[in-house]
Design a protein around this ligand. Sequence first.
Ligand code: B12
Length: 264
Amino acid sequence: MDDLPEEVQKLIEELDEAAEDEDDDAVKELAQKFLATGADVEAITLEKLSLLVMDGEEEMARGWTEVAIQIGLDPFKTLIEGLAAGMSLIGKKYEKGEAFVPQLLIASTAMYGGMDLLAPYMKQDENSGSKAATVIIGTVEGDVHDIGKSLVKTLLSANGFNCVDLGNDVPASRFIEAAKEKKATAVSMSTLMTTTMAEMPKVVKLLEDEGIRDKLLVMVGGAPITTEYAAQIGADVSPHDAAGAASWLKGAVFDFPSEGVRWG
Ligand code: B12
């Protein structure tokens, strides 16, 4: 960002200050001036957001998310290429021993702060035909990582699915109870740890034992989960990311019998 014109650099500094002071009115006003500079405000804002999440700067990440909204950035792009990209950056530092668990936690808080601001702008795709479909979603037992799970939920909700979010550290039996209670169309499970992957086949086995496996589509995902693993444990699919989950499910429900036919 050092090679930006002086006028743009000055505005960025003023925006940083206003964001840190949580002065929303100033952020909104300065965002318009920032837009009017004609600089590549999209690239600058996305990079800013990822760095602020990485550094766990909660107020500034919220302020710059407001900038993204004010300058009309696509909310999904802001979420994935700005905020979530920051989680990848801090993840890399953690892997190199340059960051530790407390930093991961404050980065997560910064990410969620921005995500909350974006939520009202995540428009539903009314034409997706998936409105009636309910998805039971959660991170499996023993695992508290919930950012990827929340991204999947955000993208599914934006595509018209009705998501029942069970949160993180969800026992296998809760997925089954919720699927029955809601006469669900799909179950979406996340895990980020190799040590908790084995919870996923437990859920699939319980669905089979209850005689309801055929009534549901089962998606699994998270960093250690592969397509081969999904097939091996009897899940239907493991799309690569949250956007892939939404597009796969939209297609799959199209060919799937309706809720009334499946659940009687
Ligand atoms: C942030 C973080 C934490 C935070 C989590 C905060 C939160 N609210 O989620 C905190 C600090 C709590 C944490 C704790 C721990 N963590 Co941690 N954590 C991470 C970190 C750095 C980033 C995870 C993240 O949020 N990524 C960003 C999101 C957007 O990515 P994502 O979750 O992968 O989701 C994407 C895809 O996977 C996919 N996806 C996710 N779910 C689903 C579901 C479906 C159906 C589909 C289709 C797709 C999909 O879509 C998303 C993209 O669109 C990772 C490292 C990394 N590079 O991933 C380690 C990591 C996951 N943690 C790890 C460890 C070891 C731990 C601890 C044991 C550390 C400790 N010593 O205490 C504890 C575990 C606590 C527990 N019992 O769960 C290890 C796991 C190692 C392993 N292979 O088992 C990792 C890989 C770091 C490492 N390299 O060692 N952690």
